[in-house]
Design a protein around this ligand. Structure first.
Ligand SMILES: C[S@@+](CC[C@H](N)C(=O)[O-])C[C@H]1O[C@@H](n2cnc3c(N)ncnc32)[C@H](O)[C@@H]1O
Length: 424
């Protein structure tokens, strides 16, 4: 997948563009994204992009084949392929009109976006294929080996939206169109490097969202003070965010995840990143369990320490969509039971939610979140029958709202950073 550059300095835009143009590496158009100017390149090698532009943020981008010449690529390839079967030009053109033109390359997987019109499962496409007795598996095989300039590709699939109701956010709707013989579902492990960090996942059982790259980069750039402190990731998945904290040099990470496939991906990714400099997994406490068990697990960990030392919890990540509200009281309890407020007086919660643009712009979301967070200590006090007002001294302050990506028209996946302090 090629790389694009996220440029913040307006003065650099022209220089970068000219340098890319001189080497035929510039891809139109230049676009804006929040504070960034996005410049696309044809560079597919992470080392090349990093050595040419060492101080510029880069990320991989999807082939959105809206650019006519690129559309012609896959359409041209398919025309070439199918014209040996179909001589009637109008039928051939109808077939080509249904070829999907948007896809991602996640070796070993070639993953096409879902669209009712442009799709290999579209009724008109299928009718023509069966009318001409074309063996589609040969076409998919040819896509993997002749069209995609990458090695080790073995699977063609269609991506369908993840069901919101699915807590584990598994891509049940991933439909395999073609798989090389001998490749079992359990052997499909995709890997992708973003921000110089590998991530590994099995697309049959675990979601992957490329759009979170910006948020991972923000974590890497903004929260350097995580170094030598502890982090809790209540929905750690394959490690999107945990890995950024590990790269930043956190002392311990405590991660909780229901999906065993994500846990397997987490450890494969961890190992591929060489344990982020650790020779064993001793700083990484990952549990394939409901995060409701986190209090007990952290207690058990502390029991192994010489003085049952408290933790220095600097960040708690709450990365579940459409809402991570389930984890908010758990986060507060973790802080109450396990944080050493003298050594770590400031904790930041990263609350991920899907929020309407209206509620973002009117501050309704922020106000509601602060109100809800503010009530949690009182609720916990009631439930714990705890009379010593332990939870009452918490102060919550919103420090940032990051719009990560659009989830649906007018609905954004956001991350709200909330600082938590207490008065002792
Ligand atoms: C949006 S995904 C998280 C993405 C994650 N940051 C990653 O790297 O994959 C949310 C994850 O939370 C997990 N999950 C949902 N509810 C949970 C719970 N109560 N305890 C632990 N994990 C949970 C799901 O299985 C899913 O993998």
């Amino acid at each position: 997948m090629p790389y694009e550059l996220l440029v913040t300095e307006p003065a650099l835009i022209k220089t970068i563009k000219t340098s890319l143009e001189n080497d035929n590496l510039f891809v139109k158009p230049i676009t804006k994204e929040n504070q960034f100017t996005v410049i696309r390149t044809n560079i597919r090698d992470s080392t090349e992009i990093e050595s040419r532009f060492p101080n510029i943020i880069s990320r991989q981008y999807e082939y959105k084949l809206t650019n006519l010449s690129m559309v012609r690529d896959i359409i041209g390839f398919s025309r070439n392929y199918f014209q040996s079967y179909i001589t009637d030009e109008s039928i051939l053109q109808t077939l080509l009109d249904h070829i999907p033109t948007r896809y991602s390359i996640y070796p070993p997987l070639l993953l096409f976006n879902n669209s009712s019109m442009k799709c290999f499962t579209n009724g008109i496409f299928i009718n023509i294929i069966s009318q001409y007795k074309i063996d589609l598996s040969k076409y998919y095989h040819s896509l993997l080996y002749d069209f995609i300039p990458a090695t080790g590709m073995t699977v063609v699939a269609i991506n369908k939206p993840i069901l919101e109701a699915d807590t584990m956010r598994q891509p049940h709707n991933l439909q395999i169109l073609y798989k090389d013989k001998n490749v079992g579902d359990e052997e499909i492990w995709c890997k992708l490097k973003q921000n110089d960090i590998w991530q590994v996942w099995n697309p049959m059982y675990t979601m992957f969202s490329r759009g979170n790259i910006k948020e991972k980069k923000r974590v890497l750039d903004t929260f350097k003070d995580v170094r030598d402190n502890d982090v809790v990731d209540l929905y750690c998945g394959i490690g999107y965010f945990s890995f950024s904290y590990l790269r930043l040099g956190c002392r311990n990470i405590f991660g909780f995840e229901l999906n065993p496939w994500s846990i397997m991906g987490f450890w494969k990714g961890y190992d591929l990143n060489h344990g982020f400099g650790h020779s064993n997994r001793s700083n990484c406490h990952i549990y394939n369990e409901n995060n409701e068990r986190s209090l007990q697990r952290i207690t058990e960990y502390r029991d192994t320490l010489p003085n049952h030392d408290l933790l220095r919890i600097r960040h708690i990540n709450l990365g579940l969509l459409p809402s991570s509200e389930q984890g908010w009281p758990i986060a507060i309890r973790i802080l109450s039971d396990h944080n050493d407020w003298l050594q770590c007086p400031l904790v930041t919660l990263h609350i991920h939610e899907n929020v309407s643009i209206e509620d973002i712009n009117s501050d309704k979301f922020i106000n509601q979140t602060l109100t809800k967070l503010g009530k949690i200590p009182t609720e916990l006090n009631k439930n714990d029958n705890n009379n010593d007002d332990d939870y009452h001294s918490y102060k919550f302050e919103v420090i940032h709202l990051e719009k990560i990506k659009t989830f649906a028209p007018d609905v954004w996946h956001i991350c709200l950073d909330v600082n938590v302090t207490i008065t002792i």
